[in-house]
Design a protein. Structure first.
Length: 266
């Protein structure tokens, strides 16, 4: 009776897909990069020991948080793109959709599974930065590292949703390229909008404003430089960043689910 009720429960099906996605990500060895990451940080901490007092901790935070973002973006883009395309290439979607699993549940479950994977990645990498800071005596920067890492996770959640969106209708290579471009432009969108407004061209201004409002503004999650000098994001900034990440991810996933639901796998 319980198994039957669970099978008919959409939330249970989504959570099952999320758990399987997390296990697959671990089996694909995406967490192995964390060992390399921690080792590099320890080496950096040793090599930076001869710098002027106080500067080694800042350098470790700058290097560490930028590495967290880049490593996380790599996983979000390439694993996120492969979540859907791999199932289609292996024809496993036919067996999956033969069960009482809706395509929307498939998309949401895959997304949540990768988000959990990214959360584990970001947490372990932040712990690596923390260990390096403790080695050089930069204890005052530990809290800023973790709060900034939380903002990085919010950003990666958006990148994951975009990767899944592109993979719902495009090839893996093109999806990865498009997601990477969104990642790069998302960090520059505010600057591009200012540039368009300063050029004095109505066409340029309209184009860059469209980019600013349509693509995610990832610069709002950037707090790495501030964290290196011991600052922490305010509660209002963190709440606004979380709300933005949830809203944008939900929109991207809704579009992905709508496109994927109409896709013909034959």
């Amino acid at each position: 009776m319980n198994n039957s009720s669970n099978a008919s429960n959409p939330l249970h099906r989504i959570m099952s897909i999320a758990r399987n996605t997390f296990r697959e990500a671990i089996r694909d060895r995406v967490l192995y990069n964390l060992i390399i990451f921690v080792l590099l940080l320890v080496v950096c901490a040793v090599l930076l020991g001869d710098l002027t007092d106080g500067q080694e901790a800042r350098t470790i935070v700058n290097i560490g948080l930028n590495a967290v973002l880049l490593f996380g973006a790599f996983i979000a883009i390439f694993v996120g793109v492969g979540l859907v395309s791999k199932e289609i290439e292996k024809k496993t979607v036919f067996a999956l959709f033969a069960k009482p699993v809706r395509r929307t549940e498939f998309i949401v479950g895959k997304y949540l599974g990768l988000c959990v994977t990214l959360l584990v990645n970001v947490s372990i990498m932040a712990a690596g930065v923390t260990l390096a800071l403790l080695y050089v005596g930069g204890t005052s920067l530990v809290v800023p590292v973790w709060t900034s890492s939380l903002l990085i996770f919010f950003e990666l959640a958006i990148i994951t949703a975009i990767a899944i969106l592109f993979s719902s209708f495009s090839s893996p290579a093109l999806s990865a390229l498009l997601t990477f471009l969104v990642f790069v432009i998302g960090h520059l969108s505010a600057s591009l909008r200012d540039l368009g407004n300063n050029l004095g061209s109505a066409v340029a201004s309209a184009l860059f404003n469209a980019i600013y409002y349509l693509l995610p503004n990832l610069s709002i999650f950037s707090f790495r430089t501030e964290a290196a000098i011991g600052l922490t994001p305010s509660i209002s900034m963190t709440g606004a960043s979380l709300s933005y990440a949830i809203a944008y991810s939900c929109i991207a996933l809704a579009i992905a689910a709508a496109v994927f639901s109409r896709r013909n796998f034959k």
